[in-house]
Design a protein around this ligand. Structure first.
Ligand code: ADP
Ligand code: MG
Length: 701
C-alpha cells in the first residue's frame, strides 16, 4: 500500500496539476492511495432498464435504452435549452440541457443506441430528464464492468472544474487500471484465509465497481474490518507495551485512612455500583502494574466519592494523590465537599487554582515537595512545572473530556514511577466509541444512581407556552426552589450569543423583578472571579434564577435548584442537553427540565428533543447521539486528541464488527505482544504506518 501512497495524484491520467490541487484542497487527496480510499457514499443499481411508459417523476433514478429522433435549441439567448427527443421504440421523452449545449449538440448522433440515466422530473405534465448521463450503448469496451454505479461526494468547487461524481469514478478506473492488479496486500495471508476475507485488490475494485450487491458487501466487510482492526491492534499494542514497561506503585494494603473513613465518616451507604467499582480499582492498584482506568458514571452517580476513597488508598500506602477538574468552580466544589467528608480525619488537603494567592501557592509547593501535603485538588494549575510532588501515587482527572491528551500525559510525568491514573467522565460514551477513544484504558462503569432520586421530568414546549413556563417557574420559586435558565453559546458568534443572553435576561427580569427574586447571570466573557462570585450567590440561595450560557454545564452542584429551562433547545447537542439536565435532580425534590424551542426545527433536532423527553439514561442518549451525529461530532472526541478519520466503518453501526476486530487483535497480541514474530511482519509494518499518520499514540495514557 505504501507504494500507492507514494504516487502523486497529479500524475494519474485525467488529473494534472490543476485538478490535483483541487483534489488536495477539497478532499485531501494527494496520492493514488488517498483516491482509492475515497469511497462511494451510495450505489445505484444499473441493471434495471425502464420503458419510457413506466417512468414518472417520483422515481429517484431511471435508466432507458433508446435512440435520439431529433434535437432542437429552444428559448431566448440567456435562457436557452437544448432538447433531445428520445424514444425507446414505443414512447418518447425529452432530454434537456441548460449548460454545455454546444458540446452536447455536436456529439449526439441519430440512429445510435444510447443508454440514458438520470432523475426524471415533470414539465408541462410531461416527464423529462434534465442533464442526464448519456452514453453509447455499445461503447463500453475497455471499461471496468459494474452493475452498481458508485456515487462520490464532491464539492461545489470540484463540480466547477468538472470533477463531479462521474469524473471521480473515471479517475478511480484510471487508478485501478494503472496499478494493474498490483495492490500490495495489507493483511497477512493466513489471517485473510482464516477470517474468510477477500483480498485488498479485489476489495478496492469491487468497492468502486461492484459486480453485484453480494460482492460489494464482501468488499465493504473486508475494508471495514481492516480499518477497525488496525486501530484496535494499535491501541492494544500500546497497552501491552505500557504494561510491560511500567511497574506502578503497588498499593498493597488498605489501612488507617481508608478504614477510619469507611467506619466513621461515610455519610451514606455506597451504592452497589460504587462498591463494585472501588473493588475493581482496588484490584488494579494492588497488582503492581500501573492503573489506567476510565470511570464512567452518569451525572450524579457519585463519582467523587469513589475518587476520594481511591485517594485514601494512596495515602494508606504512603503516597500523595491529586484531583484535577476543568474549572475553578468545580475544583472549589470538590475542595469543599471533600474537606467536609474528611472532617475529623487528619488529612492534609489543599486547593490550587489560577486564583490561589502567591503566598499560599508557595506554601503549597513546599508542602507538596516535603510530602506534608497529601491531597491536592485543583485546576490546570496542577500541571505547571513548579508543582512537584514528593511521591505522587494517584492522579484523578474529573470530567476527562474537557482535557486534552497532552495534559493527561503531563501529570504522568510528575513522578518517577508513573502514578495510577483514574479519569472520570459523566459524558457517557457509547461502548464502541470508548473502545476506540479510550481503548487502551480499563473501563469501570457506575450504572446506578444513589437511592431516593426522583427521575427528572422533561417536557418540550414551543415558544407560545412561555407565559405558562414563567408561571410554573414562579410557583417553584414560591415553593423555595431555584431555577437555571440556559441559552446556547455558539463559538462563531459570541457577540450574538451575548445578545441572546441579554435579551433573555431582560425578558426574565421583566417577569421576575430582580429586587424581589434576585437573578444571577453567568457567561463565558466574565472573569473567573466574577463568575465564581455569581455562582456562589446562586449556590447560597441569594439569587433564585441563574441565567447562563453553557458555562454551567459541567459538574456544578446546587441541590436546591430543581428546574432547568433550556432556551433554543434545537441549537444544543444531545450530550450537552443531558449534561445540562444533570444540574437539577440533585436534591430530594421533584425536578423538571423544560426544553423550549422555536416551531421550525429540523428532523434531527426533533429526534434529539424526543430522546430527551423519553429517557434519563445517559448511555441510551449517547447511543442515539452517536447514531445521529457520527463519532466525529461527539463531545470530547476532538479534545481527546484522537480523531479517527474513519473512511468506511461507522462506530454507531458497526459495533459488532468492532468487537470482533478487537478480539482478533487481542488474540494476536496474546501470542506476540510487541508483534516481533516474522509471521506478524505485515501487521507490525501497518501499525507503524498508522501510528505515524493518524495519532500521536505515545502520549495517550
Ligand atoms: P457525579 O458522579 O456527577 O460527579 P457526585 O459525586 O457529585 O456525582 O455526587 C452527586 C451527589 O450524590 C453528591 O451530593 C454526593 O454526595 C451524593 N452521593 C454520592 N454517592 C451517594 C450514595 N451512595 N448515596 C447517597 N448519596 C450519594
Ligand atoms: Mg462530578
Amino acid at each position: 500500500m505504501s507504494e500507492l501512497a507514494g504516487l502523486d495524484i497529479k500524475f494519474l491520467a485525467g488529473v494534472g496539476p490543476k485538478r490535483a490541487s483541487i483534489l488536495n484542497q477539497e478532499l485531501s487527496i494527494y496520492s493514488y492511495e488517498d483516491l482509492l480510499y475515497h469511497f462511494p457514499y451510495k450505489y445505484i443499481d444499473r441493471t434495471k432498464f425502464y420503458s419510457i411508459r413506466e417512468i414518472n417523476s417520483k422515481l429517484p433514478y431511471i435508466q432507458v435504452r433508446g435512440q435520439i429522433t431529433g434535437i432542437e435549441t429552444l428559448g431566448e439567448k440567456r435562457q436557452q435549452r437544448l432538447v433531445a427527443y428520445f424514444t425507446d421504440g414505443e414512447d418518447t421523452m425529452e432530454l434537456v440541457w441548460f449548460k454545455g449545449i454546444k458540446y452536447i449538440k455536436g456529439n449526439l448522433k441519430p440512429n445510435t443506441d444510447y443508454i440514458v440515466f438520470g432523475k426524471p422530473s415533470e414539465f408541462n405534465r410531461k416527464v423529462n430528464v434534465v442533464h442526464p448521463e448519456i452514453e453509447e450503448a455499445n461503447k463500453s469496451n475497455g471499461k471496468i464492468n459494474a452493475s452498481l454505479q458508485s456515487f462520490y461526494l464532491t464539492t461545489e468547487k470540484m463540480k466547477n472544474s468538472f470533477l463531479n461524481s462521474r469524473a471521480i469514478q473515471k479517475l478511480q478506473e484510471n487508478a485501478l487500471k494503472s496499478v494493474n492488479g498490483k495492490i500490495p496486500e495489507t493483511l497477512p495471508a493466513p489471517l485473510i484465509k482464516r477470517l474468510g476475507l477477500i483480498n485488498l485488490h479485489e476489495a478496492l475494485l469491487q468497492i468502486h465497481f461492484p459486480q453485484n450487491a453480494e460482492i460489494l458487501k464482501k468488499a465493504q466487510y473486508r475494508l471495514k474490518f481492516e480499518e477497525l482492526f488496525y486501530i484496535q491492534l494499535n491501541i492494544l499494542k500500546m497497552k501491552m507495551k505500557r504494561k510491560i514497561l511500567y511497574k506502578g506503585h503497588p498499593f498493597a494494603k488498605i489501612g488507617e485512612y481508608f478504614n477510619c473513613f469507611y467506619q466513621n465518616n461515610l455519610p451514606f451507604e455506597l451504592t452497589n455500583a460504587q462498591k463494585r467499582v472501588i473493588k475493581e480499582i482496588r484490584k488494579d492498584v494492588g497488582s503492581g502494574k500501573q492503573m489506567n482506568r476510565l470511570l464512567q458514571g452518569d451525572v450524579g452517580s457519585g463519582k467523587t466519592m469513589v475518587g476520594l476513597m481511591c485517594m485514601l488508598m494512596a495515602l494508606d500506602n504512603g503516597c500523595q494523590a491529586c484531583l484535577m477538574a476543568p474549572t475553578e468552580i468545580l475544583a472549589t466544589q470538590h475542595m469543599e465537599s471533600i474537606s467536609e467528608f474528611l472532617e475529623g480525619i487528619d488529612v492534609n488537603v489543599a486547593l490550587l487554582t489560577g486564583s490561589t494567592k502567591q503566598k499560599d501557592r508557595r506554601r503549597i509547593h513546599e508542602d507538596l515537595k516535603s510530602g506534608e501535603l497529601q491531597i491536592l485538588i485543583g485546576t490546570h494549575a496542577l500541571l505547571e512545572d513548579v508543582v512537584q510532588f514528593n511521591n505522587l501515587g494517584l492522579v484523578i482527572i474529573d470530567e476527562q473530556h474537557r482535557f486534552g491528551v497532552a495534559q493527561r500525559a503531563r501529570l504522568w510525568k510528575k513522578n518517577n514511577i508513573p502514578p495510577h491514573v483514574l479519569v472520570m467522565t459523566a459524558t457517557p460514551i457509547p461502548r464502541t466509541l470508548a473502545m476506540t477513544l479510550y481503548g487502551d484504558l480499563e473501563v469501570s462503569v457506575i450504572d446506578e444512581l444513589p437511592p431516593g432520586r426522583k427521575p427528572i421530568q422533561t417536557v418540550h414546549y414551543f415558544e407560545n407556552k412561555r407565559r405558562q413556563v414563567y408561571q410554573f417557574m414562579k410557583k417553584q420559586i414560591d415553593l423555595g426552589r431555584q431555577i437555571y435558565l440556559v441559552y446556547p453559546m455558539i463559538k462563531e458568534s459570541e457577540k450574538m450569543d451575548y445578545k441572546n443572553l441579554e435579551e433573555g435576561y431582560e425578558s426574565v427580569a421583566s417577569a421576575f423583578p430582580p429586587e424581589k427574586y434576585g437573578i444571577s447571570m453567568v457567561h463565558g466573557k466574565m472573569k473567573p472571579a466574577e463568575k465564581d462570585a455569581e455562582m456562589q450567590r446562586f449556590a447560597q440561595g441569594e439569587t433564585k434564577i441563574m441565567v447562563a450560557t453553557t458555562v454551567i454545564e459541567v459538574g456544578v452542584n446546587v441541590p436546591n435548584a430543581s428546574v432547568m429551562v433550556i432556551e433554543s433547545t434545537e441549537r444544543f447537542g444531545l450530550s450537552q442537553l443531558h449534561q445540562l439536565r444533570g444540574r437539577v435532580g440533585r436534591g430530594a425534590e421533584q425536578s423538571y427540565c423544560i426544553l423550549m424551542s422555536s416551531y421550525k426545527i429540523s428532523n434531527e433536532s426533533r429526534k434529539r428533543i424526543e430522546t430527551m423527553v423519553r429517557t434519563n439514561d445517559g448511555f441510551e442518549i449517547a447511543e442515539v447521539d452517536l447514531k445521529l451525529r457520527g463519532p466525529g461530532d461527539i463531545e470530547g472526541t476532538q479534545q481527546s486528541g484522537i480523531s479517527y478519520d474513519l473512511k468506511i466503518a461507522h462506530l454507531g453501526k458497526d459495533g459488532q464488527l468492532l468487537q470482533y476486530a478487537r478480539d482478533v487483535a487481542q488474540e494476536i497480541l496474546d501470542d506476540d505482544p510487541l508483534l516481533e514474530k516474522e509471521e506478524n511482519f505485515t501487521l507490525a509494518k501497518q501499525v507503524k504506518r498508522l501510528s505515524k499518520t493518524k495519532v500521536n499514540w505515545s502520549v495517550i495514557s
